[in-house]
Design a protein around this ligand. Structure first.
Ligand code: HSE
Length: 443
């Protein structure tokens, strides 16, 4: 179906969701000064023609520009209305939201979304559906909020051989780790502070266990390497095992602990996508990304290294990214341009996590007795894991051993840990962190 346009310069928008992001976007579109500024910059007028919400009871705004008569609980009817050019989805959800995307795209409306979980799962199929119906699908806000990394990967770096993308893409965990680093507070206290400030949800699982970052990693990998990656294929670890002592130790060793989403090409055809708490050398640009900020560091054959930094969450920053997509889609419609042709995804084998190599940080609580160190280090040796440094901290009758290894395979390190757990002299196997070596990805 050919895409519809209202007239040359008025773009009619259906908004799905009116929470923090939806309301911020509506304000950017409808508040008179914003509306005027947007018209001056783009020559386009954006008219919100309907806003789907789950309940009409909640009061959303007293502002003059807020038109409560646009609210509806019937999202399914809204997305197929004849007078809608673009559907903007900022309500979240997967199963109940996917049919709305499909209906909108099938009726020729373009879709702009901030829904990382849905796009990490269905992005490719939806892009194909959009193309088949002459519509666009944009989702810049789904990864790293206001940071325009998807557009950079898709447009500016479209001819680039990207080799690796490493991102701090979850502001909540970065806030928690930064607080642990700077104030020395325990994980639980840092999480409570993140909840108090509204960064972390009451149930923080999606953030602290790395699910949110895994969805974003899948989207980044799909765009950077033009291949199909779903969130379920991302190897994922969260930050719940990281202690204030680990963060302090890392700092002493010259590193900051960050939850990194990493997508990289290995030997030209294989791909690894993973989310892991990682020790980043203090001199690396990602190490100084503090608090709730996000940053994505990209390495490519010709471009070398580049980094984008900014606010990864929050109503206004996310709405800013949504608005950028909306303007892009509107400009394309205004020009009568054809939508993007989805590329045929490259076939890339996902290398199993056990075959990924890294340097590691590992802590062990052991009995402080003669011969213990020999027994422990023998296990590392048996699995071919070479120790780069070891420090011992006294804990009464116990000692904490802090190891940093040379590069080894993840599989060898897990086998080492499994065997260490069986040693009588080991009371507790502590935290495992990956270590980015000095100069790696920052040469
Ligand atoms: N919960 C996310 C974060 C923001 O903390 O970064 C939305 O993706």
């Amino acid at each position: 179906m050919a895409r519809r346009t209202s007239d040359n310069s008025t773009i009619r928008v259906a908004l799905l969701g009116c929470g923090n992001v939806g309301l911020a976007l509506y304000e950017l579109l409808a508040e008179p000064q914003n509306k005027q500024a947007l018209f001056q910059r783009t020559g386009l007028t954006f008219e919100v023609v309907g806003i789907a919400v789950s309940s009409l009871k909640r009061k959303r705004s007293d502002a003059d520009w807020f038109d409560a008569s646009l609210l509806t609980t019937n999202a399914a009817a809204l997305v197929v209305r004849e007078d809608v050019d673009v559907v903007v989805e900022v309500m979240g959800g997967i199963d109940e939201t996917l049919p709305l995307f499909e209906k909108a795209l099938k009726s020729g409306s373009s879709v702009v979304s901030a829904n990382k979980a849905l796009l990490a799962r269905h992005g490719r199929a939806l892009a194909r559906l959009a193309f088949n119906h002459g519509a666009d699908l944009r989702y810049e806000a789904a990864v790293a909020g206001a940071v325009p990394i998807l557009r950079v990967l898709r447009d500016a770096l479209s001819g680039e051989q990207v080799t690796r993308v490493m991102g701090i893409v979850n502001g909540t965990t970065n806030f928690i780790l930064s607080l642990m680093d700077h104030e020395g507070v325990a994980y639980g206290d840092a999480l409570a502070e993140a909840q108090r400030l509204g960064y972390a949800e009451k149930d923080p699982t999606a953030d602290v266990e790395g699910y949110d970052a895994a969805s974003k990693a899948a989207i980044l990998a799909s765009l950077a390497f033009d291949c199909k990656v779903s969130a379920a294929e991302v190897s994922r670890e969260g930050i719940t095992q990281v202690s204030a002592e680990d963060v302090a130790f890392a700092r002493q060793l010259g590193y900051a602990v960050k939850l990194l989403a990493i997508a990289e090409v290995l030997e030209g055809t294989e791909l690894s996508v993973r989310v892991q708490p990682t020790m980043v050398p203090a001199a690396h640009p990602l190490a100084s990304v503090d608090g709730a900020f996000n940053a994505v560091f990209v390495e490519g054959e010709a471009c070398g290294e580049l980094m984008l930094y900014g606010r990864g969450a929050g109503g206004k920053p996310t709405a800013s990214a949504v608005l950028g997509d909306l303007v892009e889609v509107a400009r394309s419609m205004h020009r009568g341009g054809a939508p993007d042709v989805p590329l045929s995804p490259r076939t890339m084998v996902k290398r199993p996590i056990a075959q990924i190599s890294s340097a590691f940080y590992l802590t062990l609580d052991v009995a402080d007795q003669p011969g213990v160190l020999a027994k422990v280090t023998e296990v590392f040796g048996q699995h071919g894991v070479s120790i780069r440094s070891m420090e011992q901290v006294g804990l009464g009758d116990e000692a904490r051993l802090v190891f940093v290894t040379h590069r080894a395979l993840e599989g060898a390190m897990s086998a080492t840990i499994k065997q260490l757990r069986r040693l009588k002299v080991v009371d507790r196997v502590g935290t495992l962190l990956r270590v980015i070596e000095n100069g790696e990805g920052n040469s």
